[in-house]
Design a binder for this molecule. Structure first.
Ligand code: T6T
Length: 322
């Protein structure tokens, strides 16, 4: 009896060892969209999960600026290493990243798109962009609608709004804009007076929002749809001496924006779950490679809305980007 238990225990230990060794042999690569706190937090979440599961995770060089021209060469170099078992990446264009990612996929490296997607993001029906295993990222349209609703309520359902975006062919930020437009439609007295694209450069965003503040002296609010658009909008409103007078809704919970909210200088922040996204990529990637598990074609973590009422809540602190 005792011998049997010892044998069983040894067998279990052996199996656990075998699983951890084989997971350790797997090397995943992560290629972010740009160097910003959102992707740094995603990297942390992915690394923690990789360590927990015994996967080796290598992180591709952070692109110096936003766009396919910066991302494609780094992706090509990553794939050329020849030692990667799975890639997860955030394509900065719905179209321009299709060829390079398809090539990587065809060379035998499964691809997950995280944060952003290719084409219309529907990987469940055959198309030139349906090869990725999954899209793991926020429901950006819903987030945009939610921000529009919250802002309209803050403004009593009435006022002119300006939107600062990055570029029109990245799925994440475009869906935020589309959701925001749809959300505003419910409020007939809310008017979106303009949209500008800053190519993810904070100074450009600040200049564009400054121009909008001059053009519309009765502007009630600005919505900045990601880290640099939002921080640029915040900067412009501050420079114009309009802190508190013009409402600011932002996306992405960086320390800078959280501090602004705490000081009452901006009004709303939508926090995504980047660490969870990174962890999910590693978890699902491993399940796919080790167990042949079918990954859901879309995995959608939630989001959290910070306002002045909850920004100091201890439970909310976990949503600040690290
Ligand atoms: O908002 C995130 C990300 O979701 C988006 O795709 C690009 O911008 C960020 O990285 C923030 O700067």
């Amino acid at each position: 009896m005792k011998k049997g238990i010892i044998l069983l225990l040894s067998l279990c230990l052996l199996m656990a060892f075998a699983v951890s060794v084989s997971a350790k042999n797997l090397r995943f690569a992560f290629m972010p969209g740009i160097a910003d706190p959102f992707y740094f937090t995603m990297e942390k979440g992915a690394k923690a999960k990789a360590k927990e599961l015994g996967v080796e995770l290598m992180v591709g060089e952070y692109p110096k600026a936003w766009g396919p021209e910066y991302q494609v060469p780094i992706l090509k170099a990553l794939a050329a290493r020849g030692d990667i078992d799975l890639l997860f990446t955030a394509p900065t264009s719905t179209e321009a990243l299709i060829p390079v990612l398809k090539e990587i996929h065809d060379s035998g490296i499964p691809v997950i798109t995280v944060d952003t997607y290719l084409g219309d993001g529907d990987y469940s029906k055959p198309s030139k962009y349906s090869f990725p295993l999954s899209y793991i990222g926020t429901d950006n349209f819903l987030g945009g609608q939610t921000v529009a609703g919250a802002l309209a309520i803050m403004l009593g359902g009435k006022g002119k709004v300006f939107l600062e975006n990055t570029n029109p062919d990245t799925s994440s930020v475009m869906n935020r804009e589309l959701g925001f437009r749809a959300g505003l439609k419910i409020f007939p007295d809310m008017e979106l007076v303009g949209v500008e694209y800053c190519l993810d450069v904070q100074e450009t965003a600040a200049a564009q929002v400054s121009a909008a503040l001059q053009k519309y002296p009765d502007l009630a609010a600005v919505f900045g749809v990601n880290v640099f658009s939002a921080q640029g909008a915040y900067q412009a409103v501050a420079r114009a001496g309009l802190k508190g007078a013009v409402k600011i809704a932002t996306w992405d919970a960086t320390e800078t924006l959280i501090q602004g909210l705490k000081k009452g200088e901006l009004d709303l922040i939508l926090a995504q779950m980047p660490a969870e996204m990174g962890a999910l990529c590693v978890e699902w990637g491993l399940k796919h490679l080790k167990e042949g598990a079918k990954i859901p074609r879309k995995v959608i973590p939630g989001f959290f809305i910070f306002t002045k009422d909850n920004v100091n809540d201890p439970k909310a602190q976990q949503y600040i980007y690290k």
